[in-house]
Design a binder for this molecule. Sequence first.
Ligand code: C2E
Ligand code: MG
Ligand code: MG
Ligand code: MG
Length: 287
Amino acid sequence: KAKELGKNQFILFEQEMADANQRVLELKEDCLVAITEHQFFLLYQPQVDSNDGRIVGAEALLRWAHPRRGLVSPVEFIPLLEAADLMHIVGQFVLREAIAQAAHWRDAASIDDRFKLSINVSPQQFRHENFTQLVRGIVTEQGIDANMIDLEITEGMIIDDIDHTVASMNALRTFGLHFSIDDFGTGYSNLNYLKQLPLDTLKVDQSFVRNIPHDPNDTAIVRTILAMAAQLNLNTVAEGVETQAQLALLRDMGCHVFQGYLYSPPVMPAEFEQLLNNQPKGPTESL
Ligand code: C2E
Ligand code: MG
Ligand code: MG
Ligand code: MG
């Protein structure tokens, strides 16, 4: 194959390979340093029940405060870490950090009985053999009730390896964890797979929420997704809710739990605690 290429082309190719390997090595080193130097951190975005205004959940969202590149978005670095086979290492940090935070908030007076902390899980993490053991270990270590934790998976993950996915999910479900399907409607919506999985919640992707109520197609899609979720006995969360008009329509179509800038962007833990303390009092506290 090399012979077919001109000599110069081949050298160029080798050069590119070296650069790519170099980049992966650099990223790997950066990433390992980042973990020890605490450059990764989590923000938390509340999920609110519009019926009573209570915070019934939060999603943990990863950030990287890179010493040279500044604050890097997960949309940029997660695909790189996935490609370099490093995401399971950072994912392990996310699990530990988020579950420790859940344990801390469990003891906060103003937390709702329904409160769940949602953690995004990358396909690579989920594929790891000892993933279920790892999660069980951390939950046990932190001494929290497993049903306070919700793992967000994506449609792509399911298609990748359905048998392994179902087995891992069932094992964790038995242990008490909940599962959400994230960004619903943007991947391959194989409804047959959906039926086989032990899911609790379906998250309506923000790309559909963005243009309601004025876009009739997106409105029809959201309405259909919500009707299907109701039929399948799944809870629903609407992502990316930014306006009162979006919220009103979502409620009208049967979705009561929402996450988005309308209520709050993702915030640091201390600020999240303030949101917890400022929410309307729950029925148990008003007695
Ligand atoms: P996602 O899981 O779908 O998270 C929702 C994204 O929407 C977050 O972006 C959040 O900041 C953003 N968002 C929330 N409300 C609004 C809104 O009202 N309007 C708009 N325009 N955006 C809103 P973020 O934090 O940049 O995360 C992007 C994606 O990166 C996440 O999408 C998730 O797929 C991935 N990600 C983030 N943290 C982790 C993690 O710890 N592990 C893994 N595997 N993936 C993560
Ligand atoms: Mg998510
Ligand atoms: Mg999402
Ligand atoms: Mg999304």
